[in-house]
Design a protein around this ligand. Structure first.
Ligand SMILES: [Zn+2]
Length: 339
């Protein structure tokens, strides 16, 4: 490389670097989510707590990823500063009658019946220390026992909400199956070589079912074009629904519920509790729905795809169109790079 060319490259690099510092938030947090080192550090932390408490690490990972989603969805919770997102109110950590709300002395904390524990043996029970928080939660789970049923009971006492219990135990099964935390890749909902078309229809009036708005994107394609899961996750619902026809609901590890409706049929073997990968075929495009079980052909075949977020209290839908565009582009690029 000539001297001049090297200088041009150097300038470009400097420009790029200075630009990237203008978007610290979006760029850095997006990178944080996919950083392989982050997954391995986090997993090491969970496994360390498993050794200390005998609580299986997928349980800890499941609660932590659920709590990460809650922090994103609940405005009054600040983002986690470390690797662990499990949230405790300060009063609970130090004890309700403790005059020192920032207490980190395990002796006085336990005197005031606070729950905070010292997980790393530094003599402090620090609510901002990942190991102390994770250890405190692991001990709580341990006090209920180690089986799946014990786990569900502990979760019920912690969240007092059936849906939260289901979501977290679903997360645990996904982690158990793949034995890694690196499960946030996505795929477009159909193989790209099939003909399909879609546009943004968020909020449009729907044809059937009264005054509800259209909560999703319709992707038109021929009968029996394979439908792929857009994410890793667990099948939470499967079966007939008067609006959606033969539909599947899959919960991913960002606590997003992906809804696939109007299918012609399911992939063989798919059932409630099945664990799926991003890009795995789950069913086939059809026109089922808008009536009694088996009703078909009231509209052209298409996939109705919806995305829902859970905030620990309720669920709401958001526009899946931008995500679909992003996954479609990523799949196209991957295809290009492979050929
Ligand atoms: Zn639709």
């Amino acid at each position: 490389m000539s001297y001049l060319r090297r200088r041009v490259w150097l300038c470009l690099l400097v420009v790029l670097l200075s630009f990237s510092s203008f978007w610290p938030d979006t760029a850095a947090s997006a990178q944080k989510q996919t950083d392989p080192n982050l997954y391995s550090e986090r997993l090491a932390l969970y496994k360390k707590m498993e050794v200390l408490t005998s609580v299986p690490w997928p349980y800890l990972a499941a609660v932590d990823s659920y709590e990460r989603g809650l922090r994103k969805a609940l405005r009054d919770r600040e983002q986690a500063k470390g690797l662990v997102s499990i949230y405790y109110p300060k009063e609970e950590w130090v004890g309700a009658l403790n005059p020192n709300i920032n207490d980190n002395d395990p002796t006085t904390i336990s005197l005031f019946e606070g729950i905070g524990l010292d997980g790393n043996g530094d003599g402090k029970a620090n609510i901002e220390d990942d190991e102390d928080v994770l250890y405190t939660f692991a001990r709580y789970l341990e006090s209920h026992g180690y089986s799946d049923e014990d786990f569900r009971i502990a979760l019920w006492h912690f969240y007092q909400r059936e849906q939260s219990v289901n979501i977290v135990s679903g997360h645990a099964k996904v982690y158990e199956t793949f034995q890694t935390l690196d499960l946030h890749q996505h795929a477009f909902v159909m193989p790209l070589h099939h003909h399909y078309s879609y546009r943004s229809t968020w909020g449009a009036k729907r044809g059937w079912g009264g005054r509800r708005i259209h909560e999703g994107t319709d992707i038109f394609a021929n009968y029996n074009v394979p439908i792929q899961s857009s994410s890793y996750g667990i099948v939470e619902t499967i079966g007939w629904n008067p609006y959606g026809g033969w539909r599947v609901g899959i919960r991913d590890l960002d606590n997003i519920y992906h809804y696939y409706a109007h299918l012609n049929g399911y992939e063989k073997g798919l059932e409630k509790g099945s664990i799926v990968k991003a890009g795995q075929v789950i069913g086939y495009c059809g026109s089922s729905g808008y009536g009694k079980p088996g009703t078909q052909g009231k509209f052209p075949p298409h996939l109705h795809y919806g995305m829902y977020r859970d905030n620990g209290i309720s669920e709401w839908s958001f526009d899946p169109f931008p995500s679909l565009k992003q996954w479609e582009r990523a799949d196209k690029n991957a295809k290009k790079n492979n050929s």
